[in-house]
Design a protein around this ligand. Sequence first.
Ligand code: GAR
Length: 203
Amino acid sequence: MSTLRLGILASGRGSNLQSIMDAAAAGKIGAEVVVVISDNKDAFALERARRAGIPARYVGFGYYASKDDYERAILDILRQNKVDLVCLAGYMRLVGRVILDAYSNRIMNIHPALLPSFPGLHAQKQAWEYGVKYSGCTVHFVDEGMDTGPIIIQAVVPVYDDDTPDTLATRILEQEHKIYPEAIRLYAEGRLKIQGRKVFITK
Ligand code: GAR
């Protein structure tokens, strides 16, 4: 089986990117990160890519006349690098039509809550404020909604009485770093079957 080519979109510190690069470099997921793209020129994710010898590209939203033009610029980079699967890793924008059409069912995202609870920003704080006893994280395929696409895998973590949003976020992040590489591995092995809202993991 040929190695799956990953393009990562990240806006921030890139710890999920790091977990994916590490798992890929260790030969654990049948995939390699071939390009990292950020909408934030100061994203530490870009620095992590450079340190790993992976092309790091900044695409500034503000330089383009429209969201479509911005996404076409990203799409060009994805295509130049022959990306098979796009992974959003702390990418803080809604993916629009241009990328969705080109990579239909080939875009994944990680979200730090048990979807469909607490979509959107600051999910860990939302869960903590709500008073749930368990939260966690979700890897899902991306559709046009905000954190709404078919769910691939989830991990659950307890919420303790003495948690703060930060301690909860740290507990969740540990699980993010496990389930994102795992979801990519399953995809690379051709084991994810999407049927409507459901994703079945075949043996
Ligand atoms: C992660 O917790 C990720 O789940 C979250 O942003 C963080 C990025 O951290 N994503 C979202 O909230 C998307 N809705 P990282 O840059 O260290 O991977």
